[in-house]
Design a protein around this ligand. Structure first.
Ligand SMILES: C[S@@+](CC[C@H](N)C(=O)[O-])C[C@H]1O[C@@H](n2cnc3c(N)ncnc32)[C@H](O)[C@@H]1O
Length: 258
């Protein structure tokens, strides 16, 4: 029987399988990298805010270092629900909140605000990127830093083969397919997820969902130009997961701003 494909808002049913889809990502190393950046640029930092935290993997990993008080936010209530479930299992003290990073409403200010895994690429125009910086500025303590990464056109071209997945079984309840494409003229990277909820016994698809994720891909030059229109100064633009300067062949660039 062929199912009707239900088009969903981003990170709704994907939230259920997100950790499985990301199982190749080494969040522990990534957390250590963010911690290294904090130690290099604001070593006394205690109050930390994560934006676009997804299912909370990095916030929970950062909490294990026992150095920071962490608040973590994401626009998707489904991702936050998954994060809270994980947090409960480890008696975490992280405060998870559903929140659009273009409309931050927080009762405190922070020493570090960070956002990882190309969440910035979900912003498709200069106006929104500037708005993000304005929002962040309002929740910063004196001397605070803002850290975020973005992926480059070179990354989009080279990651296509890896990102295209034929059909992956998640557990007895889900399987998914990911189609990935990059439009170099428009600099739009599209990830289409077709997710099937399956019958536990027969493996037959019960429901099929579709999420279409569009990310705008930027060069370092473009991001620098936008930052220059904000109140932030660029402390560093790092290459990959190194504390070395980004360059023309960087795939992922991590900005450190003050
Ligand atoms: C690629 S995921 C990264 C999630 C998480 N940082 C990680 O490393 O797994 C992008 C996240 O950005 C969030 N996001 C996209 N636009 C957002 C916005 N305007 N405000 C807050 N979160 C947003 C999505 O809900 C999603 O959880």
């Amino acid at each position: 029987m062929v199912n009707e494909i239900k088009r969903l808002e981003n990170y709704s049913v994907l939230a259920e399988i997100y950790d499985n889809v990301m199982s190749d990502v080494d969040y522990v190393t990534w957390t250590d990298y963010i911690d290294e950046i904090i130690l290099a640029h604001n070593p006394e930092a205690q109050e930390v805010l994560e934006l676009a935290c997804g299912t909370g993997t990095m916030a929970l990993s950062l909490e294990e270092l026992d150095c920071y008080n962490i608040t973590a936010t994401d626009a998707s209530p489904h991702m936050i629900r998954m994060a809270r479930e994980k947090a409960e299992q480890v008696n975490s003290r992280i405060h998870f909140q559903t929140m659009n990073f273009l409309n931050l409403k927080l009762a405190q200010t922070f020493d570090v605000i960070y956002m990882v895994f190309d969440s910035l690429n979900y912003l498709h125009n200069e106006h929104d990127i500037i708005e993000l910086h304005d929002q962040v500025r309002q929740v910063m303590n004196p001397g605070a830093i803002f850290i975020y990464d973005f992926t480059t056109p070179r990354n989009s071209r080279s990651a296509l083969r890896y990102l295209n997945k034929k059909q992956m079984k998640v557990n007895n309840s889900f399987r998914y397919r990911r189609n990935s494409s990059f439009n170099p003229e428009k600099k739009i990277h599209t990830n289409s997820f077709y997710i099937e909820r399956t019958d536990r016994k027969t493996g037959e698809a019960i429901e099929t969902f579709h999420e279409e994720h569009y990310q705008k891909i930027y060069t370092l030059r473009e991001i620098e130009k936008i930052i220059n229109k904000t109140d932030f100064a660029i402390l560093e633009a790092y290459d990959g997961f190194e504390l070395k300067p980004a360059h023309s062949k960087s795939l992922r660039i991590t900005m450190v701003l003050q």
